[in-house]
Design a protein around this ligand. Structure first.
Ligand code: DHB
Ligand code: FE
Length: 288
């Protein structure tokens, strides 16, 4: 049986990818940010899973206003890093896990969540920046990411977006799906995006540190309570792009304590302002 060993939460700011790709990570602006992920890279090296189920959002890259799936599961054998206007990031192809992805699609759809099945999709900074933060830049003659990834794209760009409550319930269905897969795989689930930021309009540049830290506290200790917060509160308090945080509730909903198991251990917690226009938050929770 497959099981979820841990969940990882992190922001996905595109400028972080550019800083890494252009060799700027030790510059004074970026150094404190990357220092916060040093323990995470060590933890990943010690706890590399067999598969990552990576919840992220596409930023009008693979999808557009022509087609807007609320929840889309990537079932392909591989996914190419997207060209977001400056050429694709120099990072490896993302290798998928079609067998587990198809099983999760079957289980979660029969568990009453309507997923869009995606057999071809490029992946943007929403997915590749968290990979870079947690694994560093793969190098050498045969660079590759250390494990397969199932991309799971959530619409948090075009209204209407899914509620935190639905995301939290979906996470619970994803846990049931993973635990009913008949292979002994260690799976991590990642929730990405956020924290507070607004990229447009009169409030562009908004950061709300008290909101972000309260979100981190509550995500750890009272995720069901956090899941009840309506989307308008995120937009008011954390800015228009702060709504990306609902994706963290999918990963949190998949953890063991939500289904009556023991509370997770907080392996790492980090918060840093600013990175580009965004407050960066990061958590690692291990199932016990
Ligand atoms: C920024 C943050 C994002 O989450 C994003 O998708 C694009 C830009 C930023 O801080 O610049
Ligand atoms: Fe974003």
């Amino acid at each position: 049986m497959a099981r979820i060993t841990a969940s990882v939460y992190t922001s996905h700011v595109p400028a972080i990818g550019a800083a890494l790709d252009l060799g700027k990570s030790q510059e004074p602006y970026w150094q404190p940010l990357f220092k916060g992920y040093e323990p995470s890279k060590q933890w990943m090296a010690d706890n590399t899973p067999d598969v990552i189920f990576l919840v992220y959002n596409d930023h009008a890259t693979a999808f557009s206003l022509e087609m807007i799936p609320t929840f889309a599961i990537g079932t392909a054998a591989s996914f190419t890093p997207a060209d977001e206007g400056w050429g694709p990031r120099p990072v490896p192809q993302v290798i998928g896990h079609p067998e587990l992805a198809a099983h999760i699609a079957q289980s979660v759809i029969q568990d009453d969540f309507d997923l869009t099945i995606v057999n071809k999709m490029d992946v943007d900074h929403g997915l590749t920046v968290p990979m870079s933060l947690m694994f560093g830049q793969p190098g050498g003659p045969n660079p590759a990411w250390p494990c397969p990834v199932i991309p799971f794209a959530v619409n948090v760009v075009q209204y209407p977006v899914p509620s935190g409550k639905r995301c939290f319930m979906l996470g619970q269905a994803i846990r049931r799906a993973i635990e009913s897969f008949d292979q002994p795989l260690k799976v991590q689930i990642w929730g990405t995006g956020g924290m507070s930021h607004q990229l447009q309009g009169p409030r562009a540049g908004l950061i709300n540190q008290p909101f972000d830290n309260a979100f981190l506290d509550r995500l750890i200790a009272d995720p069901a309570g956090q899941a009840a917060v309506p989307h308008i509160d995120y937009v008011r308090e954390a800015g228009s792009e702060g709504i990306e945080l609902v994706m963290w509730l999918i990963a949190r909903g998949a953890m063991a304590d939500v289904a009556g198991g023991p509370a997770p251990t907080v392996r790492h917690r980090f918060y840093h302002v600013p990175a580009s226009n965004t407050a960066v938050g990061h958590l690692i929770l291990e199932n016990n």
